[in-house]
Design a protein around this ligand. Structure first.
Ligand code: HEC
Length: 104
């Protein structure tokens, strides 16, 4: 686990996160098929955004899922690409129904 955190830390230093690239990757590697176009969740996967799990938790889950999700090895999607996918998920705003001011 320490090794994973170190790799992510060094990876993040070398590679500034890029939410736009993450958005493209989220589609091309197929996350959207189960988790919905904006991570809202669907029939085949739970909601990922807004407010995604921390980066380390996302990477750990994608590499070693414990349920119905298929594992993605680093050959299929690199740690740097997961940094971008996480940045995309973190950039998704909450739906209007979650904004108290708009629901008075
Ligand atoms: C074939 C469907 C499918 C695909 C494709 C898929 N997932 Fe999942 N994912 C799931 C399901 C179902 C779960 C719920 C737990 C389980 O059954 O594994 C899940 C759980 C997760 C979780 C844990 C959420 C939490 O709240 O703990 C994360 C993070 C996640 N997926 C990220 C991704 C990312 C990033 C991708 C693309 C690289 C992806 N998933 C692709 C089906 C999928």
């Amino acid at each position: 686990m320490h090794k994973l955190i170190l790799i992510l830390f060094v990876g993040a230093l070398l590679h500034a996160e890029d939410a736009d690239n993450g958005k493209k990757l989220y589609t091309t590697v197929g996350c959207y098929e189960c988790h919905g176009r904006v991570g809202q969740g669907g029939s085949a996967g739970p909601r990922l955004a807004p407010r995604p799990v921390p980066l380390q938790a996302l990477v750990a889950y994608v590499r070693h899922p414990s349920g119905a999700m298929p594992p993605y090895t680093s050959k299929l999607v690199t740690d740097a690409q997961l940094v971008d996918i996480h940045a995309f998920l973190a950039s998704i705003p909450p739906p209007a129904k979650d904004i108290p001011l708009l629901n008075q």
